[in-house]
Design a protein around this ligand. Structure first.
Ligand code: GRF
Length: 213
């Protein structure tokens, strides 16, 4: 019997520590995620995500958008790298730059992002990292959460695939809330990717239906 190719040939985009990337790799090792990580794209060198990729011989492309003469030139190189590694799915995991329109179009309904709040609240340009949790606490929310969503041409606006709440505690700081959200992210992101690997996701406009497994 020939070996079956995993459905997802996954490129992960990260600009930071890459703990979500690490959670995906762990889920793959545990047999909970049928994906092959084929490429890591980063905006800068010397970040945790690169160490994780290198430890497993996953190819890394460091592509700082500002180093390209135009957005078009960056988009071209990015798409070329994705094609070269036969990528068929993208997971943004703490990637801080806007994805070029040509990549969004080429990976329509095949690109996910994770956000550490309940979208559509506390999202959008500039709303990332500590800022999200600070704003949630300043507003006095009793509940925050995590959202995994498809990527469209705007920040944090694509159809929602999975979403789960995190209770806000009276003594929470941005750091403590972020830590609990991150723990949830590490479970929710591989879970969302596996739904795609199993072909159970149907996108109907803004609404995403999950077929029974
Ligand atoms: C996560 O909080 C994620 O929700 C956001 O960026 C952060 C990335 O963290 N999009 P890490 O690099 O995966 O640890």
């Amino acid at each position: 019997m020939s070996e079956q190719t995993p459905v997802l040939r996954l490129a992960v985009f990260a600009s930071g520590s890459g703990s979500n990337f690490g959670a995906m790799l762990k889920a793959i090792d545990a047999g909970k995620l049928d994906a092959e990580p084929v490429l890591l794209i980063t905006t800068r060198p010397a970040i945790g995500a690169i160490d994780k990729a290198e430890a497993r011989d996953i190819p890394v492309a460091i592509l700082p958008p500002a180093k390209f003469e135009s957005e078009g030139a960056f988009a071209e190189v990015l798409l070329h790298a994705l094609t070269e590694h036969q990528t068929n799915f993208i997971a943004l995991a703490g990637y801080l730059k806007k994805i070029p329109a040509s990549t969004v179009d080429a990976f329509k309904h095949r690109m996910l992002n994770i956000h550490p709040a309940l979208l559509p609240s506390f999202g959008g340009e500039g709303m990332y990292g500590r800022r999200v949790h600070e704003t949630v606490l300043e507003y006095g929310c009793r509940v925050s959460g995590v959202t995994v969503h498809l990527v469209d041409s705007e920040y944090d606006t694509g159809p929602i695939v999975l979403q789960e709440p995190v209770a806000v505690r009276p003594d929470d700081t941005p750091k403590s809330l972020a830590a609990r959200a991150l723990q949830l992210e590490h479970r929710l992101y591989p879970q969302a990717l596996q739904l795609f690997a199993e072909g159970r996701v149907v996108v109907d406009g803004r609404r995403v239906h999950i077929r029974d497994g």
